[in-house]
Design a binder for this molecule. Structure first.
Ligand SMILES: [Zn+2]
Ligand SMILES: [Zn+2]
Ligand SMILES: [Zn+2]
Length: 249
């Protein structure tokens, strides 16, 4: 099983339009430091699952026949922009497993094109090719599920977008040995109130409780990239980068 990050940025990811902070200047100078919208590709035994579809170039990234399913955490625009382009296609239908959020995003659910939205239930596991997937409730400004993904003896908890973790999700994950936790972290430590995303202090506390073999932060905003340029994360915790690939078995 392996996971490739296609987009690790939050909505204020470097380079932010009109910003000249260190992180944004670096991202303009070096495209490898840019963070694109939320997307990741999970592969297991040749089965390919897209997790979130924030990138607008999904049709170019995934020609017909190259994706088996999509797991969607929630219907915020930065997670579904690419689905607006992927839906109008002559390719075969494609299942999108998502939270039961009837409103969706604009007309995406009303006019899904080739996409088939399938509502999933929290903490009810389902089979997906060689994988077992369990939707995990998260804490965000609209209905959002993370996913526990198990296959080939490996397990990944993909937890974005969230601030903190609901007790039922914490309890479900605490009973498992996790190879990798991918966790929302948009802000440096000490970020103020009124947020929908973790800061570093909150993210590290969650990771300490879950005790995975490895943890990667995603949904990173430019202020956090500035902080990371001058500060270190604890051992075993890193910020993911676009195009980074993690092989688990
Ligand atoms: Zn900036
Ligand atoms: Zn969101
Ligand atoms: Zn988001």
């Amino acid at each position: 099983m392996r996971l490739t990050f296609l987009g690790t940025g939050g909505v204020w990811a470097a380079p932010v339009h009109g910003c000249d902070c260190l992180a944004c200047q670096r991202a303009v100078a070096d495209p490898a430091l840019r963070r694109r919208p939320a997307s990741a590709l999970l592969e297991c035994d040749g089965f390919k699952v897209l997790i979130d579809g924030g990138r607008e170039d999904l049709p170019e990234q995934f020609p017909p026949g190259t994706l088996d399913a999509i797991l969607l955490t929630h219907f915020h625009p930065d997670h579904v922009l690419g689905l607006f382009r992927l839906r109008w296609s002559k390719a075969p239908s494609l299942d999108v497993f998502c939270p039961p959020d009837a409103a969706g995003c604009d007309d995406l659910r009303r006019h899904p094109g080739r996409l088939v939205f399938r509502d999933v239930e929290p903490l009810v596991a389902f089979g997906l090719g060689p994988l077992i997937v369990t939707p995990l409730p998260l804490i965000h400004s609209r209905l959002t599920f993370g996913f526990l993904i198990e296959g080939r003896g490996a397990s990944i908890a993909y937890l974005s977008d969230t601030i903190g973790l609901p007790s039922e999700t914490q309890t479900h994950l605490a009973a498992r040995s996790l190879d990798l936790v991918v966790l929302d972290c948009a802000y440096p430590p000490g970020a103020g109130p009124g947020r929908n995303h973790n800061d570093v202090g909150e993210a590290v506390a969650i990771i300490e409780r879950l005790a995975p073999s490895r943890a990667l932060l995603t949904h990173v905003n430019h202020e956090l990239d500035c902080w990371l340029a001058a500060n270190a994360l604890p051992d075993g915790v890193n910020a993911a980068a676009d195009e980074e690939m993690v092989a688990l078995c």
